[in-house]
Write a protein that binds this ligand. Sequence first.
Ligand SMILES: Cc1ncc(COP(=O)(O)O)c(C=O)c1O
Length: 384
Amino acid sequence: MIPNIPLSAPDITEAEIAAVTAVLRTPHLSLGPELAAFETAFAEYHSVPHAVAVSSGTAGLHMALLTLGIGEGDEVIVPSFAFIAVANAVLHVRATPVFADIDPTTLNLTPATVERALTPRTRAVLVVHTFGIPADMQALRDLATRHNLAIIEDACEAIGAEFHQRRVGSFGDLAVFGFYPNKQITTGEGGAVLAHTRAHADHLRSLRNQGRNPNPSATEETPPASDWLHHPDIGFNYRLSDIACALGRVQLSRIDEILSLRRTAAERYHALLAGIPGLELPPLTLPGRTISWFVFAVRLPESADRPQIQSFLAQQGIATATYFAPIHQQPAWRNRIDRASLNLPITDSIGACTLALPFFTRISVIEQERVASALRDALASQNR
Ligand SMILES: Cc1ncc(COP(=O)(O)O)c(C=O)c1O
């Protein structure tokens, strides 16, 4: 029996297991020293003063929008070629997401597409660094300044990516990261928000912890408990446990190794898939940008039958996914938007032909060779 090749897989070593186990031997499973240590390391890695760990990337987006005071009547420009949480988070604060098209190479919002989506109600741009490719933060920031807009970076797929030698997540008013197990580093479930001001960080810390004081002197287990039952604000339970933070801290300490292995895997796919007629590979390098490899999504030739290719690969135990089915085409969103006003030709055309191949930190040469040869066979069989 040939083993299956998953779409993604976390890279967990004995160091992570030891760190998690160590937390389990203490009473501090939440709001303990690992939370503070992870947040400090995360902020330092990005050269940003504050990092607030949260229970997911979606929770981070939700709180980032609230922290910037975005709400009813406001519009936020977002890509549709993105994970659905990007638009959902805007809806969660009763604001309206306005979908803008993307650049066909970087797959990101551009100043031109954002400009076309502007209205007098636009308050912010949610810039996603899609698949770990940095967006043009200089031009987007200039545009935001000109129009008095906030920028939230969604770096959930892009930890470690750089735009002109500066890490993504350090450009926006706030930036959000996600640590689901398919991401470059994982905490099981989890996320983080980067903030430049103490006021933003305090607001985020209060919101994630049921509106309590941002830096409570007590947890439920430690006296004085009066702080624990005092709620100056309406918040959520968006905390990240110390168990998860310990995992994240060790993962972050290995980030250089992780990103370099992923880059090598991307280069290897490039070599293995070169020369297949009509198959478009993601760019390996882009001027002024360092890519953090999240997924390896190819674009199939126009004539290819994508579902048939997926099932051909699935029969050989190879998982694939159609990253991304654009948000405006999702059943949950289709009836919420005025489709007549949408003009997203690049999103539509790329969304129809992408195929994400198995891609993870420890993917082996043999696994990549199997994927490449199965994809070649699948495409060749359709050309007959
Ligand atoms: C661009 C983007 N934003 C937000 C999220 C949401 O993160 P989470 O799944 O941790 O809620 C993801 C996760 O896949 C993502 O890729």
